[in-house]
Design a protein around this ligand. Structure first.
Ligand SMILES: [Zn+2]
Length: 255
């Protein structure tokens, strides 16, 4: 599966090169980086920076047919270069989106009816939306698309935070919504979950890699990294006491 995905990405890359060549009527094309991004909706971005082109395609479109990827390449590159996009490209792509929107809505309905209960980002002490916005500005140049942010229903202590890419949700343990918990700890857990959006899961040889070396390097950039790690390890047992006693696992992990 990972093989197929990387082959696809290579093919998609060719579409973007083709589009540049076609619009600019020359063979040389800029360096292009393409990544799938867990945008909440079907939206994509294309940017030119320092002579390099950055394309972010909505995760929802990862598995769209190559023909639709080709159409999207012509649309995005056309937009960047302010050229008229071929009508056929628009048509192929919009047909795909219509189908996807129907499927997405179905999945969302399932989410509402299913076990996934989304709470509020505003806790008694900390507001996750405010924390997210600050971290996004300070560490990510506001590049992280806002996911659903919510406190967990229960005061889980084993998992302090969780990023669910399928539902585009960051859940933070309610055990951290307390005056006893320093703000930098909450910020650090939110930062960690945001890094999961910034460094999406890598698939190699059928295995998933969440905390890659790049991920760990980025994590250390948090201003209070050492303090936060320290606080979490020192307070693991306190968090445990405030949590439901039923749960028997005691390891603190950040997913
Ligand atoms: Zn993690």
């Amino acid at each position: 599966m990972s093989e197929l995905a990387s082959e696809n990405l290579e093919q998609i890359q060719i579409f973007y090169r083709e589009a540049f060549q076609r619009y600019q009527e020359r063979d040389s094309v800029p360096e292009i980086e393409i990544r799938f991004y867990p945008y909440v909706s079907i939206s994509h971005t294309i940017r030119a920076r320092g002579g390099k082109i950055y394309v972010r395609i909505a995760e929802l479109c990862r598995t769209m047919p190559l023909l639709a990827h080709k159409a999207l390449a012509y649309i995005l590159v056309g937009k960047l270069l302010r050229r008229t996009v071929p009508a056929q490209a628009r048509e192929i792509y919009s047909n795909f989106v219509k189908q996807t929107e129907i499927r997405t809505r179905a999945a969302e309905n399932k989410k509402i009816n299913g076990r996934k209960i989304v709470g509020s980002p505003r806790g008694e002490v900390y507001d996750l939306e405010r924390i997210f916005a600050e971290i996004n500005a300070v560490y990510f140049k506001n590049s992280i698309p806002k996911p659903i942010l919510t406190w967990s229903a229960a005061k889980t202590y084993r998992v302090l935070g969780h990023h669910d890419a399928a539902h585009e949700t960051i859940v933070i343990s309610r055990s951290l919504d307390s005056r006893k918990v320093p703000q930098y700890v909450v910020e650090f857990v939110v930062f960690h979950e945001m890094l999961h959006i910034f460094h999406p899961t890598e698939y190699r040889n059928g295995r998933r890699y969440n905390h890659t070396p790049q991920f760990r390097r980025s994590e250390k950039k948090f201003r209070y990294y050492a303090e936060a790690e320290n606080w979490i390890s020192r307070n693991a047992s306190n968090l445990k006491k405030t949590a439901r006693q039923k749960i028997s696992k005691t390891k603190i992990v950040k997913n």
